[in-house]
Design a binder for this molecule. Structure first.
Ligand SMILES: NC(=O)c1ccc[n+]([C@@H]2O[C@H](COP(=O)([O-])OP(=O)(O)OC[C@H]3O[C@@H](n4cnc5c(N)ncnc54)[C@H](O)[C@@H]3O)[C@@H](O)[C@H]2O)c1
Length: 341
């Protein structure tokens, strides 16, 4: 096992391994860049096949958080914490308290919140041992996240069809959870025709009833002949196997880590599909959480989310200029913006 020679190591400022024998906690905290204020990023709990997979996850995801913050115009660096273990089997209040203490020992360098396997209730337990956690303040991040995705779809539409007007556009939304619900609502208000899928029948029934959306099976949503495909469920939906089956001209959604590997961005480009990099499109969640630190103003948060469209337009132009994929251009722009961090 190696950190300094790990492919995902990018001169991370701080990598901390944590163990607590009483609670069984085994964790890693990666701070990629601290930024002018501190590093922000969620804490996830997962059972990894190999310890090295968890290390890679923390290194990679913390770098993505730095990029996400920079491209959302926020004064934060990126960090990520990983708790090794099965969240259903191993998670206890003692373990979460121990994790809170570990975060507290970083003295505010790293501010965290919920992520895969860690809920708002878990965050509340961590908060008993540190103030450096966000979440559970009753301020939902899904509407801002959806507002950022809407702005992304509009920016992509402007690029592809010369107009950001979505009326009559056919848009497939995969995943109708917290963000997907808000997105379908906003798209319906913008006059789009919706095809929707979720593995939860109740979630589908709700948007079919409220927004006159058309139900599609979860297996088929990706291959529908639509203008836009909006992944709002899981990561890794765009792979060398799925890209050739896509019929949409634009992919823009909320899900994290949509590309199974960076090379898939080039496949999308070669297929003539405009991809809105996920770490820009879903930046509204981070914009929302960052605002909790500075006197929350919902109107301002939603305005900031709408500006995500301008950043994407800049990325689309850079990708064209450099003949690269949009995810490569986005990483390049993020590195430019963070070179002084
Ligand atoms: N909530 C936020 O503020 C936020 C911010 C940024 C990014 N994201 C990302 O956006 C995505 C959605 O987040 P969320 O908060 O809405 O999560 P959620 O858990 O509320 O919703 C996810 C939905 O996807 C559905 N789903 C799971 N597998 C599916 C499949 N194979 N096909 C169709 N539907 C499937 C689930 O049933 C669920 O309804 C996640 O990837 C998340 O990491 C969320």
């Amino acid at each position: 096992m190696t950190v300094f020679h790990h492919p995902a190591f990018d001169d991370h400022e701080r990598v901390v391994f944590v163990a607590d024998s009483k609670s069984g906690l085994r964790a890693m905290i990666a701070v990629h860049r601290c930024g002018p204020r501190n590093a922000m990023g969620g804490t996830r709990m997962r059972e990894y096949a190999l310890e090295a997979d968890g290390i890679g996850d923390a290194l990679r995801l913390s770098q993505t958080m730095t990029y996400k913050s920079a491209l959302a115009g926020l004064p934060f660096g990126g960090g990520k914490a990983v708790i090794f273990g099965d969240s259903g089997r191993d998670k206890t209040p003692e373990l979460l308290h121990a994790m809170g203490s570990a975060i507290d020992r970083l003295g505010g360098h790293f501010v965290t919140g919920e992520d895969v396997g860690i809920s708002v209730d878990d965050v509340a337990l961590m908060r008993e041992n540190t103030p450096h956690v966000l979440g559970g303040e009753g301020v939902d991040s899904a509407q801002p996240a959806a507002a950022g995705v809407l702005a992304s779809i509009q920016a992509a539409a402007e690029r592809v069809w010369g107009t950001s007007d979505l009326s009559g556009r056919i848009i497939a939304v995969q995943g109708l959870g917290k963000v997907g619900y808000w997105l379908t609502r906003m798209l319906a208000e913008a006059g789009a025709r919706l095809l929707v899928a979720d593995i939860r029948p109740d979630a589908v029934r709700r948007v079919v009833r409220e927004f006159d959306a058309q139900e599609v099976s979860s297996d088929d949503i990706l291959t529908q002949p639509t203008d836009v495909f909006a992944p709002c469920a899981l990561g890794d939906v765009l792979t060398p196997a799925t890209v050739p089956r896509l019929k949409a001209k634009v992919v823009a959604g909320a899900a994290n880590n949509q590309l199974s590997a960076p090379i898939v961005g080039a496949l999308l480009r070669d297929a003539g599909i405009l991809y809105a990099p996920d770490f820009i499109a879903n930046g509204g969640g981070l914009i929302n959480n960052a605002a909790l630190l500075d006197g929350y103003d919902r109107t301002r948060v939603l305005q900031d989310c709408a500006r995500i469209g301008h950043t994407l337009t800049e990325v689309f132009e850079l990708a064209d200029k450099n003949n690269t994929s949009t995810n490569t251009a986005a990483a390049q722009l993020a590195r430019q913006r963070t070179q002084n961090l």
